[in-house]
Ligand binder design. Structure first.
Ligand code: NAP
Length: 287
């Protein structure tokens, strides 16, 4: 079986690396060449374009930043989808909105390609250590074909439902993640203003039942004022935007996530987009 991996950013480079470590035949493509060179050293074949990367592949994975980029690479006329072989499988792991996944699935079906949305939970270390959790939207039989590859990149595969449902569930996870980080930040900053020590707050709050467990790791970033990127703040802003768009499409009010979206928008505008999203603390602290 031949695999192609498109998009070698923070997540994709590590996911493709884990497929290579397990001996799979992997061809890679990325817009900027340096991650391709690193994977070539690990045994990957490289391609000059997405269109040249896909024709031989039985399974194509994509891990691209936004739905607009997935559209540009795969769905535009003459894009990668039209170069894939008949009946191949396209697994889109990018975080996109469910209506986009449905549109991608329709375009894939028209091109004779089987589509699956499989966004992930977990960030840079989990991608590195093959500990991602996949949220899959697809027919069960299609998942069974792809599962051996997912098992090499993650340690849990959740079959959420039919096409689009993986993207739907991922959206819920990320609106909670974004808001929880902002809530944690506000609590610590108010605590400091009330004269409680920052060290005490960062040690104790993440262990309380009211805190989201991931804040333990983010508290270390706050403590050291080092927001080296794991999940870029600009992509969290994108996910909040996609949630707002989805809520609009479904006529479902979404109050707090929209407030959080504007916070992340301002932080992004202040140049924090390529810091980890935990830098929302820094943004609120400096505001
Ligand atoms: N990081 C996380 O913790 C995390 C966790 C779960 C899900 N996700 C999701 O996974 C996806 C990838 O995230 P990431 O953290 O790996 O992001 P990233 O490091 O910013 O990588 C983004 C990827 O998209 C490519 N790209 C961007 N614009 C492009 C364009 N116009 N044409 C072609 N390629 C383009 C980049 O290519 P270049 O290298 O050339 O820029 C890179 O391969 C996103 O949808 C994100 O929301 C991320």
């Amino acid at each position: 079986m031949k695999i192609t991996f498109i998009g070698l950013g923070i997540m994709g480079s590590r996911m493709a690396g884990n497929l290579l470590k397990n001996g799979f035949d992997v061809t890679v493509w990325n817009r900027s060449p340096s991650p391709m060179e690193e994977l070539k050293a690990q045994g990957a074949k490289t391609a000059a374009s997405a269109n040249e990367a896909v024709p031989q592949a039985d399974v194509v994975f994509s891990m691209l930043s936004t739905p607009e980029v997935v559209e540009q690479v795969f769905l535009t006329e003459g894009g990668a989808l039209s170069h894939m072989k008949d009946n191949a499988i396209w697994v889109d792991c990018s975080t996109v909105n469910p209506s986009f996944s449905l549109r991608a699935a329709q375009a894939a079906a028209k091109a004779g390609i089987r589509f699956m949305d499989a966004p992930v939970a977990g960030t840079k270390p989990q991608a590195e250590n093959a500990e991602l959790v996949f949220f899959v939207g697809a027919e069960k039989s299609l998942l069974e074909e792809v599962q051996p590859y997912l098992n090499r990149m993650g340690n849990k595969v959740l079959h959420i439902g039919e096409t689009g449902k993986g993207a739907s569930f991922k959206m819920l996870v990320n609106i909670m993640l974004a808001q929880s980080m902002a809530i944690f930040s506000e609590a610590v900053l108010l605590g400091e203003k009330m004269g409680l020590s920052k060290a005490f707050l960062l040690n104790v709050i993440p262990n309380l039942a009211v805190a989201a467990p991931f804040t333990k790791a983010k508290a270390e970033m706050v403590r050291s004022d080092d927001y080296e990127v794991q999940f870029p703040l600009e992509l969290m802003y994108k996910d909040l935007h996609l949630a707002a768009l989805t809520a609009y499409e479904l006529k479902q009010p979404l109050y707090l996530a929209n407030v959080a979206k504007e916070l992340y928008a301002e932080a992004d505008k202040k140049g924090m987009g390529r810091l980890d999203f935990a830098a929302i603390f820094k943004y609120l602290e400096e505001r």
